[in-house]
Design a protein around this ligand. Sequence first.
Ligand SMILES: Nc1ncnc2c1ncn2[C@@H]1O[C@H](COP(=O)(O)OP(=O)(O)OP(=O)(O)O)[C@@H](O)[C@H]1O
Ligand SMILES: C[C@@](O)(CCOP(=O)(O)OP(=O)(O)O)CC(=O)O
Length: 420
Amino acid sequence: MAAPEGQWVLMATGRSPTNIAVIKYWGKRDEALILPVNDSISVTLDPGHLSATTTVAVSPSFPSDRMWLNGKEISLSGGRFQSCLREIRKRACEFEDEKKGIKIKKEDWEKLHVHIASYNNFPTAAGLASSAAGFACLVFTLGKLMNVKEDYGELSSIARQGSGSACRSLYGGFVKWCMGKRDDGSDSLAVQLADETHWNDLVIIIAVVSSKQKETSSTSGMRDTVETSPLLQYRAQTVVPSRVLKMEEAIKNQDFESFAKLTCADSNQFHAVCLDTSPPIFYMNDTSHRIISLVEKWNQSEGTPQVAYTFDAGPNAVLIARNRKTAAVLLQKLLYYFPPQDKDLSSYLVGDKSILGDAGLHSIEDVEALPAPPEMKIQDQKFKGDVSYFICSRLGTGPKVVADENQALIDSVTGLPKGV
Ligand SMILES: Nc1ncnc2c1ncn2[C@@H]1O[C@H](COP(=O)(O)OP(=O)(O)OP(=O)(O)O)[C@@H](O)[C@H]1O
Ligand SMILES: C[C@@](O)(CCOP(=O)(O)OP(=O)(O)O)CC(=O)O
């Protein structure tokens, strides 16, 4: 039997990962379309540890578009949300569910309003790329709901208009955002370089140095850099093009030495262009610098890189270890300098907790008994409390549909977020 006019709610739920750039995007050549001044390359993180989950619903009974983020209603009036909604609606296709008596013609989608509920399983706006996971998830899930037929490349160029780095979250593994040349941005999209199984030795440890909202957003920071930094031009035109080629080679050949050197150099140059901005932008803090120094000294003492570090627009360190054994040793060194403030080790390391066992760290006493890293000059000083917590993760897949209706964030009867 067909549902009575206006009574039905049609929903889709998706989950999308975050990504961390190893060759950074910093600077736009077009602010409205979000077109970058250089290519960038990222690794997609395991959505089990860091992801956005979004449910989108349509119903003839909804009087307006509405969105709830982490349980709080937010405005959809911003240009970025509007661009994503407009571009997806344009590509919506006819949909029919005979059993539920729902038929939506292509032209009907323009008139139907959406309700969107999204939840991040990690801190929002804390330099952990919530906007990347969030906009990728929004575009992916709207695309599923509206029966959009376009490929992921095209979806990535829509997600890009929500937040530049979001276009790279449409794929798992290693992803390149090709800056493109056209003025309309149609060739500025993401491509997958290799999937998450290609180089699955890599282990990612994130030191969450501060989960407070940052002072300078990426958007305004990079605008100031474009306007004032002479170094950015050199970076975008000369350094990045050759670095991108070398990075693609390193990924293809699983050449950790090159991968690590390029990753660290690019993170450092990104922060250098931030410093070259007027007024200068400081995203890293003393803790970030201590972590860089720990990794650099260790890499130097081993004669070849064991770990790569990279920092986005915030003080959190993203550390990529060449394998699990190295990650376990890295964790010992990190916990020696940054022990937890309270006795609870299991909430101090989230994500893949089994790395604690590999590092022989079963209790706080094991942490207290850790030897000082021999390669470090400062051995007797510890920085308890300077790291909020660690996340252990790995490379992960791109967006996926969440088929289980129980996991939907919107109630299929009321059309409102569950619990509202
Ligand atoms: N799950 C989500 N769905 C839709 N939009 C989201 C979601 N999560 C975050 N956003 C959007 O992204 C904004 C936060 O982006 P912002 O760039 O400030 O922080 P971040 O992405 O966590 O950090 P960074 O980009 O520096 O790594 C939010 O205000 C919201 O507009
Ligand atoms: C430092 C970065 O994380 C910058 C990310 O910037 P955003 O994608 O958040 O900026 P907008 O396009 O203005 O939304 C580097 C990167 O992810 O490549």
